[in-house]
Design a protein around this ligand. Structure first.
Ligand code: HEC
Length: 197
């Protein structure tokens, strides 16, 4: 049995309950709309980035695999079981590629690729770190449908740009496997169910 102090009722006065409630509400309100524009990185888009595969050195310790273990992929056929593929080729699927685009790109380039994502106003803000140190505001994320149709008509050009990133745009080569980047680029060019539709 847990023994509560006899005066527990008097501690939980309505006034205390109200004060705690108000505190919780104000914490919620400030955390929901706080965007730190003056960081060196204009918008803290990927605050959990250090959990990405590419940032392994920041991960907590993990158990090492047994010394003589071998990576394998089973293709169902016993003769193929120990074949380790360099890359997992996969067929383009607009639903998978669309999800990859929405998760990784839409916050800046917008869900339909028009360059109207939610982070745009912070990227172009006059109080961003870039604006306050360079004396000029940063570029709006371009309309990707237009880019694919005019400036970057070769898919490989976009794959290269996305892999390397730009000042504000992350280098996705460190964040996504090449197949994911290719899927996203195919989705940008897709004129049946992708962005160029
Ligand atoms: C944090 C915001 C941000 C994210 C996330 C982002 N971009 Fe960008 N992107 C930009 C900005 C800003 C530019 C303009 C960069 C410049 O010109 O310096 C840009 C430029 C580009 C360009 C060059 C287009 C042109 O015509 O010059 C391509 C292509 C592109 N982004 C694709 C992507 C793709 C694909 C993703 C997702 C994998 C992505 N971006 C994620 C902000 C972002």
């Amino acid at each position: 049995m847990i023994a509560f102090p006899a005066n527990i009722k008097s501690i939980l006065t309505p006034r205390l309950v109200m004060v705690v409630g108000l505190l919780m509400l104000s914490t919620l309100a400030t955390s929901a709309c706080a965007v730190q524009e003056s960081n060196t990185y204009p918008v803290e888009t990927f605050s959990e980035m250090h959990y990405a595969q590419s940032h392994r050195m920041q991960e907590p310790p993990r158990l090492a695999p047994p010394a003589d273990s071998v990576v394998f992929v089973s293709t169902g056929d016993a003769s193929q079981v120990l074949n380790v593929p360099d890359r997992r080729e996969r067929t383009y699927n607009p639903e998978v590629a669309g999800d990859l685009y929405r998760i990784n790109c839409s916050v800046c380039h917008g869900v339909t690729g028009l360059g109207d994502g939610k982070a745009t106003r912070h990227i172009t803000s006059g109080s961003s770190f870039y604006a306050t140190t360079q004396g000029t505001t940063y570029a709006t994320p371009p309309n990707l449908v237009e880019s694919a149709a005019t400036r970057m008509t070769e898919r490989d050009a976009i794959v290269g740009f996305v892999t390397n990133g730009a000042i504000v745009m992350p280098s996705f080569g460190k964040l996504l496997p090449e197949e994911d980047i290719r899927d996203i680029v195919n989705y940008i060019f897709d004129d049946t169910s992708g962005l160029s539709h």
